[in-house]
Design a protein around this ligand. Structure first.
Ligand code: SIN
Ligand code: CO
Length: 377
């Protein structure tokens, strides 16, 4: 294992980090990425926050009063801000900034199926979002400037009422440390944390999703709506006369319950559901298909010379049966190893592109025309 990978996790190999810390215990890593100050500055973050395909928030704290403004944020939103105590948060920067997308590769020892996105916060001195808990695992990587993090296990997850942000009613942190450029804090879900900027600074939050059982169930039922294909129709050849015509017959309840018991699912269906759900882009995501796409033959020549790369917005996952690209399944076929490599590495070198078969090339050309990938520069 490389020295850089070991340093990222404070000297731990990924297996030890996962066994000791993941979902269990916080980890502070000094100089996780030595020399890292982050690729984004305030002007760039403001430009991203102005876009309507980017989620952003502006949080201002004046003593105990908090205000929250949601993006898109224009220049006027930043006028008249106090000198201290505010923070701009921009979600999903990995979809727009190749350097932030590249950051994610450091964490590829965790399945992409768990990955959410990278959020960047910029804060002036005193800025932050207050003590809170998140329900996902997160790596908080410090860009330029310093931030004081107080954090610890949180027994009481109740929030203060009447605020626009979820701020913990009681917060008793067990750790209190200052983080400088390149330092990183891993926090398991539900740990209380409060990061306050000591000076203008940025923090990169690499978040990992974990759905609740209820969210999974609702999404699964939605998926099932298109999948379900039950035979038969309600029938009551033995119907008897009633004197209470408004009453729903017990026999009807029993028969319908029996019909519904035919709703079944197995691991194969759950696999398809997960592939669809996990590779579905967020509603805010919009792709930019090429205006004048290369014809298939030209595309083949180009990728054979330069290789290709997934667009940073593309979600590509696979399982034993299918490859899922942005919510669309494609059945696995013999000889699709290069497509799996593309999913894992998010790019395919020219050498591999030269060996692609016609079926894989047709697929790749379709995804290219949809803006899901492009020949490398
Ligand atoms: C921040 O960067 O200010 C907040 C990140 C977090 O607490 O999750
Ligand atoms: Co948080």
């Amino acid at each position: 294992m490389s020295e850089a990978r070991r340093r990222l996790l404070g000297g731990l190999a990924p297996a030890s980090f996962l066994a000791r810390h993941w979902q269990k215990e916080a980890l502070r890593v000094a100089a996780a990425l030595p020399g890292f100050t982050g690729p984004l500055d305030l002007p760039r973050l403001k430009r991203l926050a102005a876009r309507d395909d980017v989620e952003s928030r502006l949080v201002v704290r004046e003593r105990s009063a908090w205000t929250l403004r949601h993006g898109p944020l224009r220049a006027a939103d930043f006028r008249g801000l106090p000198a201290t105590g505010w923070s701009l948060l921009v979600q999903g920067v990995n979809r727009h900034e190749p350097a932030c997308d590249a950051l994610l590769r450091h964490f590829a020892f965790v399945p992409y199926a768990r990955l959410d996105d990278v959020m960047v916060s910029y804060a002036v001195a005193g800025g932050g979002v207050g003590p809170h808990v998140d329900n996902y695992d997160v790596f908080l990587l410090q860009g330029f400037g310093r931030r004081r993090w107080r954090y610890g296990r949180q027994d009481d997850a109740k929030f203060r009422p009447g605020l626009p942000l979820r701020i913990l009613r009681r917060f008793a942190p067990s750790h209190d440390r200052v983080f400088g450029p390149g330092d990183m804090l891993y926090l398991p879900p539900e740990w209380g944390h409060d990061g306050v900027a000591l000076e203008p600074c940025t923090t990169y939050s690499i978040g990992f999703r974990a759905a609740t059982a209820q969210e999974l169930a609702i999404a699964f039922l939605d998926f099932m709506r298109d999948e379900v294909d039950l035979a038969g129709r309600y029938a009551d050849p033995g119907l008897r006369p009633t004197t209470k015509p408004a009453r729903i017959p017990d026999a009807m309840v029993r028969r319908v319950a029996a019909m519904l018991r035919a709703l079944r699912w197995d691991d194969a269906l759950v696999r398809r559901f997960l592939g669809r759900m996990l590779s579905e882009p967020k509603p805010i995501v919009v792709f930019d298909p090429p205006r004048a796409p290369l014809a298939p033959a030209e595309f083949r020549r180009r990728v054979a010379q330069r290789g290709l790369a997934l667009d940073a917005r593309t979600l590509m996952l696979y399982d034993d049966a299918a490859i899922h690209v942005n919510g669309e399944p494609v059945e696995r076929a013999a000889g699709d190893a290069a497509l799996l490599r593309l999913a894992d590495q998010r790019a395919l070198p020219a050498r591999d592109c030269r060996r692609l078969g016609p079926a894989a090339l047709r697929l790749l050309h379709r995804w290219y025309a949809d803006g899901y990938l492009a020949p490398a520069d």
